[in-house]
Design a protein around this ligand. Structure first.
Ligand SMILES: *[C@@H]1O[C@H](CO)[C@@H](O)[C@H](O)[C@H]1NC(C)=O
Ligand SMILES: [Mn+2]
Length: 604
């Protein structure tokens, strides 16, 4: 039995290696984006990756399990040690929920906990057993505790957006806001339910609201959508219902920290045109423990996935980690003067489902007369869910919403969004809805061009000025095959059956560089350049900066439908059939082969 287990384990290792290849390119490209700070990405860990990871974990857990079994069956010195305590059988060894939590649960409890977890994406079983008013560690920068704020601050309406949130999580959010916001400043808590399906958000929630109303009559209000409108629309309807001076639009799987509101309100009292974000701490979805996160700016890549970013150098020169920092955009949670937010167009109601609305807000606020800041002394603990209820694959709505942002706000840089989604510049065929109102808004507010934003607010973004072509790169001799970055880690590009995903995304720059396997959105990240090693027939793929330093042959002449010829060595990138009868990617003296890149940029 044991040997069969091991064999099985080896089989899984094979699948593991295969999956690792698939997943690694995703992580490879994401991680490169995350070089200078330890940036975290909430939305980028999309369902696709998680699904792959679930698969991976399944395999790994099984291998570990097999190995553990072997160890247990081979007691040292041949003696069997009596078990120390009764071991409860783990019913879900492959579930993320139980990887570091739940060892002492009975089988019944494990089933209940797992069922909740699959439904909600976080540990509802545990949440139901923790006090609603649990204390949180003080994770603020040291200076924050001694800061004094005026008594006389604008009032705040707190909007909580949710879709199928667990009741105890929502109650805890409400409890924390009531307990940690000065009563004279808290105007109301507005619950916006974007058409949840779970029953306990009905009577049971109302019972809790009644209880709250015994302390604070009328403080909780509800906005219930009869049909699902998506995140942007839900946030908008919360804003519409609000009457406070300031509106804070938050997720509902949060707990606010002590004195979270005062630094926000004081800042807006000083300047009504700043739109703010508190700093999130991570609440683990399994243990619900609060993990402190440092302060950083909120930004995005050219696909408009949001990501953490370093502040501008001026912030670091202050040497004060409690100081507000200017930021290109917000992650999603936002706090603003209610009327100012209205004047600049609140949020784009034409966004569907999920994603992009935060970037739209960032660009709009900056270019139309305001600015965005992160407030380090205002902290919010936020559960990073294992999966989100809005969509299985968040990239589909994000792509559509990103194109909308590009169309309205990005002028000539719109093409970078299309390029990064590997869409043609003309006739991409994706319905982005009606943008005339948003375009009118931009005109009415007399907003600055996107170039101004790039130059002054987010200069870390690479403008990709001299791109000539992008997408799959194919040879006439074998059109079902594409150039591919090859195994990762590794430095040899290959020819592989076309699938058109990231590993096969190629880019040709006018200065002669050919990137294989993706292009980085930010100047601080490096691309990987095709290189002729000068001898032998194996092409190389190396970090472009290193290739440049080492003086490798990394510049190529290429015109659509013609040869790819190295400017130094005059050799060509070609394909040739090996003894195995498959085509391989090689470098050799030019024989006149033809290459075609999927999308050409005219006038480049
Ligand atoms: C939570 O609430 C209970 C009941 O009101 C109270 O006894 C307890 O001290 C509170 N705990 C904290 C941490 O505030
Ligand atoms: Mn969230």
């Amino acid at each position: 039995m044991r040997s069969r287990g091991v064999l099985k384990g080896l089989g899984y290792l094979g699948i593991f290696a295969f999956l690792l290849y698939g997943v690694s390119h995703v992580f490879f490209s994401r991680h490169q984006e995350n070089s200078s700070l330890s940036r975290r990405v909430e939305r980028t860990v999309d369902d696709t990756i998680l699904k792959k990871l679930e698969g991976l974990e399944l395999k790994v857990n099984k291998i570990v399990h097999v190995l553990e079994e072997r160890q247990q069956q081979q007691p040292a010195g041949g003696e069997k040690k009596p078990p120390k305590k009764k071991v409860v059988k783990k019913l879900f060894p492959n579930s993320f929920l139980f990887s570091k939590w739940g060892n002492d649960l009975s089988e019944e409890e494990q089933k209940e906990a797992e069922q909740f977890f699959v439904h909600y994406g976080y540990n509802v079983f545990l949440s139901d057993r923790l006090p609603l008013n649990r204390s949180l560690p003080d994770t603020r920068p040291a200076k924050c505790a001694s800061k004094k704020y005026p008594e006389d601050l604008p009032s705040i309406s707190v909007v909580l957006i949710y879709l199928d949130e667990a009741l105890s999580i929502l109650k805890r959010a409400i409890r924390s806001i009531i307990d940690r916001t000065p009563a004279h400043l808290l105007k109301e808590i507005i619950l916006v339910d974007d058409c949840s399906t779970n029953e306990d958000l009905k009577e049971k929630l109302d019972e809790y609201i009644d209880l709250i109303h015994k302390e604070r009559p009328g403080v909780v209000k509800k906005v219930i959508h009869k049909e699902r409108l998506g995140l942007s629309h839900a946030r908008m309807s919360g804003w519409e219902a609000a009457v406070g001076d300031v509106v804070a639009i938050l997720d509902a799987h949060i707990e606010v920290h002590t004195k979270w509101a005062e630094p926000l309100l004081a800042r807006i009292k000083d300047d009504r045109t700043v739109v703010l974000s508190p700093v999130f701490d991570r609440v683990d979805y399994d243990t619900l423990e609060v993990i402190k996160y440092g302060t950083s700016a909120h930004a995005f890549d050219w696909q408009l996935w949001c990501m953490y970013e370093s502040f501008r150098p001026e912030w670091y020169e202050l040497k004060d980690d409690s100081a507000p920092g200017k930021s290109p955009s917000v992650m999603g949670i936002l706090v603003a003067d209610r009327k100012f937010l209205g004047e600049i167009g609140v949020l784009d109601e034409g966004m569907l489902v999920y994603g992009g609305e935060n970037v739209e807000l960032g660009i709009r606020v900056w270019t139309c007369g305001g600015s965005i800041e992160i407030i380090p002394c205002s902290k919010i603990a936020h559960i990073e869910r294992a999966h989100k209820p809005y969509a299985r694959d968040l990239s589909i709505p994000l792509k559509r919403n990103a194109l909308r942002v590009a169309e309205v706000w990005m002028d000539e840089y719109k093409r970078n969004v299309l390029i990064s989604w590997n869409l043609p510049l003309k006739d991409h065929g994706i319905d982005i809805g009606d943008v005339t109102e948003r375009k009118k808004l931009r005109e009415r507010l007399n907003c600055k061009p996107f170039k101004w934003y790039m130059d002054n607010v987010y200069p870390q973004l690479d403008t990709w000025e001299d791109l000539v072509g992008y997408g799959a790169l194919r040879n006439d001799l074998s059109e079902k095959n594409c150039i591919d970055q090859g195994p990762v880690p590794g430095s040899v590009p290959i020819l592989y059956q076309c699938h058109f995903y990231g590993p096969q995304s190629c880019y040709y720059r006018r200065r002669g560089e050919i990137y294989i396997g993706g292009i980085k959105s930010h100047k601080y990240n490096n691309n990987r350049c095709l290189v002729d090693p000068g001898e032998g027939h194996t092409p190389g793929l190396h970090d472009c900066k290193i290739a440049k330093e080492k003086g490798l042959h990394m510049h190529w002449d290429f015109k659509q439908g013609q040869a790819i010829k190295n400017r130094d060595t005059k050799r060509c990138l070609e394909i040739a059939q090996g003894a195995d009868s498959y085509y391989h990617l090689i470098i050799q003296d030019c024989t006149g082969q033809h290459w075609t890149i999927q999308h050409l940029i005219q006038n480049a």
